[in-house]
Design a protein around this ligand. Sequence first.
Ligand SMILES: CCCCCCCCCCCCCCCCCCCC(=O)SCCNC(=O)CCNC(=O)[C@H](O)C(C)(C)COP(=O)(O)OP(=O)(O)OC[C@H]1O[C@@H](n2cnc3c(N)ncnc32)[C@H](O)[C@@H]1OP(=O)(O)O
Ligand code: NDP
Length: 527
Amino acid sequence: MSMIADFYGGKSILITGATGFLGKVLMEKLFRTSPDLRVIYILVRPKAGQTLQQRVFQILNSKINMQMKTRRPHELFEKVKEVCPNVHEKIRAISADLNQNDFAISMQDMQELLSYTDIIFHCAATVRFDDHLRHAVQLNVTATQQLLLMASQMPNLEAFIHISTAFSNCNLKHIDEVIYPCPVEPKKIIDSMEWLDDAIIDEITPKLIGDRPNTYTYTKALGEMVVQQESGKLNIAIIRPSIVGATWQEPFPGWVDNINGPTGLIVAAGKGFLRSIRATPMAVADLIPADIVVNLTLAVGWYTAVHRPKSTLIYHCTSGNLNPCNWGKMGIQVLATFEKIPLERAFRRPKADFTTNNVTTQYWNAVSHRAPAIIYDFYLRLTGRKPRMTKLMNRLLRTLSMLEYFINRSWEWSTYNTEMLMSKLSPEDQRVFNFDVRQLNWLEYIENYVLGVKKYLLKEDMAGIPEAKQHLKRLRNIHYLFNTALFLIAWRLLIARSQVARNVWFFIVSFCYKFLSYFRASSTLKV
Ligand SMILES: CCCCCCCCCCCCCCCCCCCC(=O)SCCNC(=O)CCNC(=O)[C@H](O)C(C)(C)COP(=O)(O)OP(=O)(O)OC[C@H]1O[C@@H](n2cnc3c(N)ncnc32)[C@H](O)[C@@H]1OP(=O)(O)O
Ligand SMILES: NC(=O)C1=CN([C@@H]2O[C@H](COP(=O)(O)OP(=O)(O)OC[C@H]3O[C@@H](n4cnc5c(N)ncnc54)[C@H](OP(=O)(O)O)[C@@H]3O)[C@@H](O)[C@H]2O)C=CC1
C-alpha cells in the first residue's frame, strides 16, 4: 500500500496553474493514484472565448484530430477515467485571475477555499523570459504573497508546496538547497511596481536583474524570498525543477503539450527550420521529465504535511549530478530519431550543427536560416501566396538568443534533501512515486520525447511516416538540384569576369580531355 497515495485520499487540494504543462500532469497523477480524494480546486482564468467549463473539458477530454476524424489514443486523462470515472465531478474550477486583487475570486468561492483546503500546490507562473518586469513581479511574486496570505487563513491547511525553478539562482555556479537573498527586498520591488511607470521600469530592469539573464529567473528568486518571509506558521516546501521535459514513463512516455524549453527547438529541428544552434556540446543538459517533477512534488506534499520539518525545505529536482547528459549527445539523438520517424511536411531535411562562437553563429544564421527563408518567401510571392517564412525564422532566432544562456553553461545543484526524502519512502512509494533520475536511460527518453512531440503535441499520425520520408527524399533532390544550379551560375559569372578563372577552366577541360583520350587509346591497344 502506498502511504503517499493513501495520504491524499479524502483531501481537498488547491492547484494553481492546473491548466499549464506541469499542473495537468500533477492533476492526472493525483487522480490516478488517489481516486478517492475529495476535490481538486483549480484556479482558472477565463480565456478569450472559453468558459471555465470549456477549459476543464479541454483538459479532461481527448482532442479530436479533424484530419483523421478519429479519437486519438493516449490522451492525458485516459487512464484516470478508468480508475475515477467521476473525475469531472471532483474538479472544481474557480474563476480566478492571479493578476487581480484577491485573485478576483467571488466571496462564496473564497469562503469555500478557505474552509476546505488541505494542501496547496502553487504552480502558476509566467515562464516567459521576455516578460515585462511589472507583469513578472505581479504573477511570480505578488500573487505568491497573496496566496500565502490566503493560506494563512485556512484552518485545515497541512502543506503549501511552491514550485520554483532550479535557475532562480542561475547567476551562481554551485547552488545549494537554500534561499539566496536578492539585493533588493521583494516588498520594495512590489511597492515600486505600483507607482513606477513602464519607461522607468524598463530602464531599471537590467540593474535589478543584475547577472541573471531575464525577468523570469529574477522574479522566481524574489518569489522564493517571499515564501521564506511570509511562511509564518505554515508548513512550506519549495521545489526547484531544472528544465522540465516530456514525461518519462507516466501516464505515457513522451507526453508533452506545449513548446516551452527544448520542445520548441525539437519541433524546429524536426521541421528543418533549425539548422544551427549556438550551444556548448559538452555543457550539461539538465533536463528533468515532468513525471519525475510531479512524483517528487507529491512526495514532498506528503512529507511536509506528515513530518512537518522545522524549517522550509528546498528540494532540487535536477538530473546533472546524478545522471548527467550533455547537449551534444541530446542533439545527436534528436536528429537520429528524426531519421527513423520524421515529421510531416518539413521545410528542409532535419540536420543541425552546434556552433560555438559569435562569428560562425552569425554566418550560419545568414546562410542556413535567413537565406532559405528569403528564397522561400520569394517563391511564395511568385506563386501568389503570402510570405511567412522570414517572420517565422526571425521568431526562431529570437527564441534561440533567449535560450542560449542556458545551453552554453553548466551548473551544479546539490540534492541532499531530495535524496533524503527518497530514503524516507517505503519501497512501494519509491515505485509509485519514483523520482530517482538515475534510472533514466537518456537515449530511450529522448527517442520517446521526440515521438511524443510528434504524437501528442503536433498530433501527427504514425501512418504518415512513409509519406514524410518520401517528402524528405524530394527535399534532398531539390537541395542537390539547387546546389548544382547555384554552382553553375556562380562559375559562369566568374568565368565571364575573370581571366584567371577562364584559364583554370580551360586547363581543367583540356586536362579531362587528354585524360579521356589516353584511356580510350590504351583500351584500344589492349584489344
Ligand atoms: C543539433 C540539433 C538540436 C536539436 C534540439 C536539441 C535541443 C536543445 C534544446 C535546448 C533548450 C534549452 C532550454 C533551456 C530552458 C531553460 C529553462 C529554465 C527553466 C524554467 O524554469 S522556465 C520554463 C521554460 N520557459 C520557457 O521555455 C519560455 C520560453 N519562451 C519565451 O520566453 C517566449 O516564448 C519567447 C522565446 C520569448 C518567444 O516569444 P514570442 O516571439 O513572442 O513568441 P510567442 O511566445 O508569442 O509564441 C510564438 C507562437 O508559439 C505559440 N506558443 C507559445 N508558447 C506556447 C506554448 N507554451 N504552447 C503552445 N504554443 C505556444 C504562440 O501561440 C505563438 O503562436 P501563434 O500561432 O500565435 O503565432
Ligand atoms: N516548464 C519548465 O521547464 C519549468 C517550469 N518551472 C515552474 O513550474 C511551474 C509550472 O510551469 P509550466 O507548467 O511549465 O508553465 P505553463 O506556462 O505551462 O503554465 C503556467 C500556468 O500558470 C497559469 N497562469 C498564468 N497566469 C495566470 C493568471 N494571471 N491567473 C491564473 N493563472 C495563471 C497558466 O494559466 P493559463 O492556462 O490561463 O495561461 C498556466 O496554468 C512554474 O512555476 C514554473 O516556474 C520550473 C522549472 C522549469
